[in-house]
Write a protein that binds this ligand. Structure first.
Ligand code: ATP
Ligand code: MG
Length: 378
């Protein structure tokens, strides 16, 4: 297994313009499961290819177990990759596909047999070993691609959107399989997805990227509870967080649709007359008659524009004066389109962002202040 370290890693394809990846910093724990997530083109694949040695980084260093990798070619980095296209050899059986890289390495025949059978057992494909890839379903092919990586017993797994060819149901199933597999093998893994649900359910830590830059690194809970900025706040969580612009007037925050008491700890950060963003997750808005409120924060009133019943919950879109607000209510509440609805969120559930889109809570200037902030939030 390996501790993988990236220090100020960047990749510039041309001389000019922003890089595909800029200043990427991360140190994994041994055996950690890291998810890279972000919108298309944000630099996920480029980062993976640099770790693999398929692409040379133009800045910074990559280390495996404290050893500098820059001069080490891909085949000597002891990694195994699983990509979106499984690229199985069509003329070879499942067994031979899995055994191929071991044969190249001139590994002893009995050992190859052992490793292939052990991997096939883990993945539940023992009965398919004699088949050709064309006689397999998409999910089965995906397992073979995983098996081919497992038999190599690498110190790092790199998986780039390995499930994106599967249908929704199979994805959920395979996602659980990969997590189980990781628990069993404990190989340091980098897993790329643009699906934030996949990221949240699989990652021990998640790296959120946008436009070549890391936005935040954290556990799923950290990203959900304390997003560093509005990009992460809006990217993590479905449906996305609502944002409302408000302005400080004395002890109040006022917006076009609502007003709200100013938290004492915000007084020093938001001067009189200054604007900020208030963020509210859809699942933290409740109807006013819901008795579970402790300390009422913001109240929003508007007309219902969209109702999406999902079974266990319903998503309701509300048009307030200036904003479209999404809320997630339990079950199938009796509501009709165009009906007026009033929603409330608890004070403790609100997020605050400056006009620079940074989280005002996270940017606490001193540690003591941060500690006292925590106190306020509880
Ligand atoms: N060989 C290349 N030459 C020039 N630019 C490239 C090259 N490969 C990638 N890029 C650019 O680098 C940026 C990052 O690409 P990358 O493939 O890493 O994105 P990604 O996050 O994997 O996106 P996706 O989710 O669509 O796979 C993009 O703007 C892309 O156009
Ligand atoms: Mg990609």
């Amino acid at each position: 297994m390996a501790i993988v370290e990236l220090n100020n890693v960047s990749k510039h394809y041309g001389d000019k313009g922003p890089g595909a990846v800029e200043d990427f910093n991360l140190r994994t724990r041994d055996g950690e499961f890291i998810v890279l997530v972000g919108p298309s083109g944000c630099g996920k694949t480029t980062t993976m290819r640099m770790i693999a040695g398929l692409e040379q980084n133009t800045g910074g260093d990559i280390l495996f177990n404290e050893q500098e990798m820059s001069g080490v070619p891909a085949k000597h980095r002891d990694i195994a990759m699983v990509f979106q296209s499984y690229a199985l050899y069509p003329h070879m059986s499942v067994h031979d596909n899995m055994a191929f890289s071991l044969k190249l390495k001139k590994i002893d025949k009995t050992e190859i047999k052992q490793r292939v059978e052990a991997a096939a057992k883990i993945l539940g494909i023992e009965h398919l070993l004699d088949r050709k890839p064309r006689a397999l379903s998409g999910g089965q092919r995906q397992r073979v691609a995983l098996g081919r990586a497992i038999v190599r017993e690498p110190q790092v797994f790199l998986m780039d959107e390995p499930l994106s060819n599967l249908d929704a149901r199979l994805r959920v199933e395979m996602r659980a399989e990969i997590v189980k597999l990781h628990r069993r093998l404990k190989v340091t893994t980098f897993y790329v997805t643009h699906d934030q649900v996949e990221a949240m359910t699989m990652g021990e830590r998640i790296v959120v990227m946008n436009a070549g830059h890391i936005q935040q690194v954290g556990t799923p809970d950290e990203l959900y509870d304390s997003p560093d900025n509005m990009f992460v706040a809006g990217f993590i969580g479905t449906p996305s967080m609502n944002f409302i612009k408000m302005r400080r007037h004395g002890e109040q925050l006022q917006g076009t649709d609502a007003s709200l008491a100013l938290e004492p700890w915000l007084k020093d950060k938001v001067p009189e007359g200054e604007e900020l963003w208030v963020g509210i997750r859809p699942e933290h808005l409740r109807t006013v008659d819901d008795s579970r409120h402790t300390r009422e924060g913001i109240r929003l009133r508007g007309k219902i524009e969209v109702i999406e019943p999902l079974g266990a919950v319903s998503l309701i879109q509300l048009k307030t004066g200036e904003h479209r607000i999404t809320t997630q209510l339990e079950g199938r509440p009796r509501l009709a389109l165009d009906q007026e609805l009033e929603l409330v969120s608890d004070m403790s559930r609100l997020h605050y962002f400056g006009l620079d889109e940074r989280n005002l809570t996270v940017n606490a200037p001193a540690a003591e202040e941060a500690a006292s902030l925590q106190g306020h939030q509880e």
